[in-house]
Write a protein that binds this ligand. Structure first.
Ligand code: HEM
Length: 138
């Protein structure tokens, strides 16, 4: 009889993408790019000097969002990702920088299921670009 482990439909995107190590790799590459590529200077300036806490927070958030351990959500009950970002002056340029750095980080990651990696990239890119507001609306 099939167990949950052997049923493909029981696997979460988190598992299929490679679990905690895959999310850590993507997030580390994302912040390395943000920290080193001058194309993301405006986005980098919005963040604190030390990116280490962000590396932990984003890896934990994305893992839980993809069906993995829900540590970030348990540590931040009721906290909404879009509300958190409401205080940041996100415009089309910086939203696009976030999206592009994340697309590159996912493209660089050694993930077997490239179709699922592509979906992750597309969803996150849409969410980041969707956070942009016109300056007069902020
Ligand atoms: C899908 C899109 C995004 C996701 C999933 C995401 C996720 C996160 C997470 C998990 C945190 C940490 C919250 C905490 O634990 O306190 C955070 C903070 C932050 N995010 Fe995002 N974010 C996204 C898009 C963006 C965009 C588009 C920008 C700017 C253009 C941005 C700028 C920031 C900044 C400035 C912080 C605070 C950093 C700091 O305290 O040093 N984020 N984000």
């Amino acid at each position: 009889m099939a167990t949950d482990e052997t049923k493909p439909e029981a696997r979460t995107p988190y598992d299929a993408l490679g679990g905690a190590p895959a999310f850590r790799t993507i997030v580390d590459r994302f912040y390395d790019l943000m920290d080193s590529d001058p194309a993301y200077a405006r986005l980098r300036d919005m963040h604190g000097t030390d990116l280490a806490p962000m590396r932990d927070a984003l890896a934990s958030f994305l893992g839980g969002w993809a069906g993995g351990p829900r540590e970030w959500f348990e540590a931040n009950p009721g906290r909404c990702m879009f509300s958190i970002h409401g205080g940041f002056p996100i415009d089309a340029e910086t939203g696009g920088q976030w999206a592009e750095a994340m697309e590159r980080a996912i493209a660089d990651a050694d993930i077997d299921d490239r179709a699922l990696a592509g979906q992750l990239s597309e969803r996150l890119s849409m969410m980041a670009r969707g956070m942009a507001r016109n300056a007069q609306d902020a």
